[in-house]
Every structure is written in structure tokens, then in C-alpha cells.
Design a protein around this ligand. Structure first.
Ligand code: 6PG
Length: 241
């Protein structure tokens, strides 16, 4: 596991964007699962503004690790956010964009996206394999859209499941633990003081962390990258200094 700690959210975005470019150049075709949330939004802005021409987007296939069960034009849509901050600003073939269709029936789309990933992704360990899965970390320790009160979804035999946000009740489609931990690389993008407790509990392997789905992210490859700002890493830095 690598900790990449930056002074600010913008520096996290720049550092991750540099890393993203190396991933995109690492092989002829790359398959990347994106995350929703506020931190990826900053990263997408940075990629669009300063890295768009450094990447041959025809080699990059983009997927989502989770999506809200809404139409792609609704504000809650992770696809809508990604399109506004990145996709609409880069020269990526439409056929390389593989959104989860949140407008479909949740169970139907979870099954459909599972089947789709099983067909299009290369496999290792007989399991579809992303070259990179980008994850966020919720204040409650959730990641993708697997929440602590539904942590059993992590071990689903299905590649995708229907999750329910514990507060809003909003249904979401999420990839599950076997896909996340089978990725070549998993990268957490975590910023802000509100995440510092969760980050410290997870990285220090505190007992409490066992209830957090994010603590179950242990890629078989061993390639786990944390991109943090100092605010999110505050308690980690203090224990290391
Ligand atoms: C989503 C994300 C979710 C997000 C975390 C962190 O669809 O909302 O996939 O898992 O990554 O909630 O979000 P922030 O980056 O906004 O803190």
C-alpha cells in the first residue's frame, strides 16, 4: 500500500492525474472504473484542464464503480458529473464510455452491468479485471456504494448489486468486493478533515474499522494507492511523525 499525501485538494488532483497518465500509458487498452463524489470532481477538472492531450483516450475505456438509480441528466448522476467535468472536455470515443444505466430497473441493471463486465473485461483469477478502480471514502466508511449497514454486499457472488443509501433510501448500482479486490490497481481519492477519523481507523487497522466496507479493500495484486490531502491524513501523519 502506498500513501500519496498532498498539501491540498488541488495537489491531490495533480498528483493523481500524473498517476492516471502512467496507468493510461501502461498498456495498449486500459479499463478504468470511476467513482462519484466531490474529490473525483476536482480530479476530473484537472485532467480536463491540463492532461487531456497527454492521454490517447482511444485506448481508455471508462466504467463506473457505482451509480445512482437516476436518469443520466439528473444532478445525482455520477455519469452527469463525469460528463460535465471530464467527458465533454476530452476527445474520448463514445464507444469507450460504459455508463451504468441508472434509469433502468435496479435489479435488471445490476445483472446487465455484471454480464457486460464479464464479457468486455480481461480476466485474472477467472474474474473480470479493471486496470484501475478509483474509490472514494464516505464519512461512514462506505466505498463505492456499499454502506456499513449492507456490508454483506461486499462478498456477493455477483459482480454488481443493488444498494440502498442508508439515509436517503436512494437505490444505487455498485460493483462488489470481488471485482474491486481483483483490480490491478485500486486508488482511493480522499480529501477533507471529515475523513481523517475513518482514514486513521482503516490505515491503523483499528477494530472499529471492521464495520467499514472501505476496510475490506485489499487488492489481490497488492497494488493499493491512497491519494490524500493533509486534512484527511492528519491523524496518519501525526502517528508517523
Ligand atoms: C458516490 C461515490 C461515493 C463517494 C464517497 C465519498 O457515488 O457518491 O461513489 O462512494 O466516493 O461518498 O464522496 P466524497 O468524495 O464527496 O467525499
Amino acid at each position: 500500500m502506498n500513501l500519496n499525501i498532498s498539501s491540498s485538494k488541488v495537489e491531490v488532483a495533480k498528483n493523481f492525474a500524473d498517476y492516471f497518465v502512467t496507468i493510461c500509458k501502461s498498456k495498449p487498452i486500459v479499463h478504468i472504473a470511476l467513482s462519484g463524489g466531490s474529490t473525483p470532481k476536482i480530479v476530473f477538472d484537472e485532467l480536463a484542464a491540463n492532461y487531456a492531450n497527454l492521454i490517447d483516450w482511444s485506448k481508455v475505456h471508462l466504467y463506473w464503480g457505482d451509480e445512482r438509480c437516476v436518469w443520466p441528466y439528473e444532478d445525482d448522476s455520477n455519469y452527469k458529473m463525469t460528463n460535465e467535468h471530464l467527458l465533454s472536455k476530452i476527445n474520448i470515443p463514445e464507444l469507450n464510455i460504459h455508463r451504468i444505466k441508472g434509469e433502468n430497473g435496479p435489479q435488471y441493471e445490476a445483472a446487465h452491468y455484471s454480464q457486460f463486465l464479464n464479457i468486455v473485461l480481461p480476466k485474472t483469477n477467472k474474474i473480470p479485471t479493471f486496470d484501475l478502480v478509483i474509490l472514494g471514502l464516505g464519512d461512514d466508511g462506505h466505498t463505492a456504494s456499499i454502506f456499513p449497514n449492507q456490508i454483506d454486499l461486499w462478498n456477493s457472488e455477483n459482480y454488481c448489486e443493488v444498494a440502498v443509501h442508508p439515509i436517503s433510501g436512494q437505490k444505487r448500482i455498485t460493483i462488489t468486493g470481488q471485482l474491486i479486490n481483483n483490480a490491478e490497481v485500486v486508488a482511493f481519492l480522499v480529501t477533507g478533515e471529515s475523513k481523517s477519523d475513518r482514514v486513521a481507523e482503516i490505515l491503523n487497522k483499528n477494530d472499529i474499522a471492521k464495520i467499514y466496507p472501505a476496510s475490506l479493500v485489499v487488492p489481490i495484486s497488492g497494488n493499493l494507492e491512497w491519494f490524500l490531502d493533509e486534512a484527511a491524513a492528519a491523524q496518519v501523519i501525526s502517528t508517523q511523525s
